[in-house]
Design a binder for this molecule. Structure first.
Ligand code: NAD
Length: 290
């Protein structure tokens, strides 16, 4: 059993840290909001990020954005970590920062993995997340038993930054597909078509995709989804907007042409601007309608 320092016990981190503790690991947690940390069973609560890291064999972070991750690693993790401790950042951040921090960690003798997740809060609680992991093969092998507790799947995507890269490419494709499905149903509506007929045809034809068959944004057709529940997330529009922003940053920095990704980013910015940041990302159909 490993001693683990876990920093960032928000919506996602709470379930992940709780599952590691349930599996018998010695988990010491820290969050700027200590009340959250006190609510997790079986963990020790530290008074600072530095204290959570001290003596830990593995440090896991689950923070909102790249600036928080950089600040926690530079101020607390690098100066206080034990020799050879493994670092795993599960936050969704930009590829550049993930690569820079991994290089700084390596210079100090630590393997660092970028390991963003998909599966949402319910996946974090149930231990069924999917991990997309960048970093060395040895680091991945060391982290794998922990990924297997917190998740149902872990894919080693390549060197440092590859996990973040795969995550933003996947989510950019997802956003574009969701918008395409939403536009199809909006056009069908304007044509006076029965949405069930469109679903019956398209879900078995060439337009079929996850956003249509599994997560249809049109209420009342297909399996029960967030659309049938007032667009309660699920995966919030704010998070899709954040991930598309990271994808556009990466596209610009690396000279990739992503005009549909840019259009999707603009559409989610509009949805967030309408005060719908907390709605599920499939609620984009309402923005398309208007
Ligand atoms: P959250 O805001 O609920 O949790 C983040 C936590 O980090 C908060 O509790 C905050 O107090 C803490 N924090 C911030 N700065 C800190 C610091 N300097 N030191 C210590 N603690 C600090 O966010 P979340 O929903 O748990 O998401 C975490 C990460 O996971 C994000 O990068 C997000 O993009 C990603 N993600 C979220 C989901 C989801 O469905 N919520 C799904 C996939 C990926």
């Amino acid at each position: 059993m490993a001693s683990i320092g876990f920093i960032g016990i928000g919506n996602m981190g709470a379930g992940m840290a709780g599952n590691l503790a349930k599996a018998g690991h010695a988990v010491t947690v820290f969050d700027l909001d200590l009340e959250k940390a006190n609510a997790i069973e079986g963990v020790t609560v530290a008074g600072s990020a530095s204290a959570a890291v001290t003596g830990a064999e593995v440090v896991i972070t689950m923070l909102p954005a790249g600036n928080a991750v950089t600040s926690v690693y530079r101020s607390n993790v690098f100066p206080h970590a034990s020799n050879g401790a493994l670092f795993i950042d599960c936050s969704t951040i930009d590829v550049q920062t993930a690569r820079a921090l991994a290089a700084e960690a390596a210079a100090q003798g630590h393997a660092m993995l970028d390991a963003p997740v998909s599966g949402g809060v319910s996946g974090a609680e149930a231990g069924t997340l999917a991990f997309m992991v960048g970093g060395s093969a040895d680091g991945f092998a060391q982290g794998l038993p922990l990924f297997e507790i917190m998740g149902a799947k872990a894919v080693h995507c390549g060197d440092a930054g590859a996990g973040q890269g795969v995550k933003i490419c996947n989510n950019m494709m997802l956003a574009i597909q969701m918008i395409s499905v939403a536009e199809g149903f909006v056009l069908a509506e304007k044509l006076g078509l029965d949405p069930q007929k469109l679903f019956d045809v398209s879900s078995a034809a060439s337009a079929q995709c996850w956003s249509l068959t599994t997560y249809c944004p049109m209420p009342g057709v297909g399996p029960q989804t967030s659309a049938d529940n007032g667009y309660k997330p699920g995966f919030a529009a704010a998070l899709m907007h954040k991930d598309l922003g990271l994808a556009m940053e990466a596209a610009q920095a690396n000279g990739a042409g992503t005009p549909f990704g840019q259009a999707a980013f603009d559409a989610y910015a509009a949805m967030v601007g309408r005060g719908e940041a907390d709605k599920d990302f499939s609620g984009i159909i309402q923005t398309m309608r208007d």
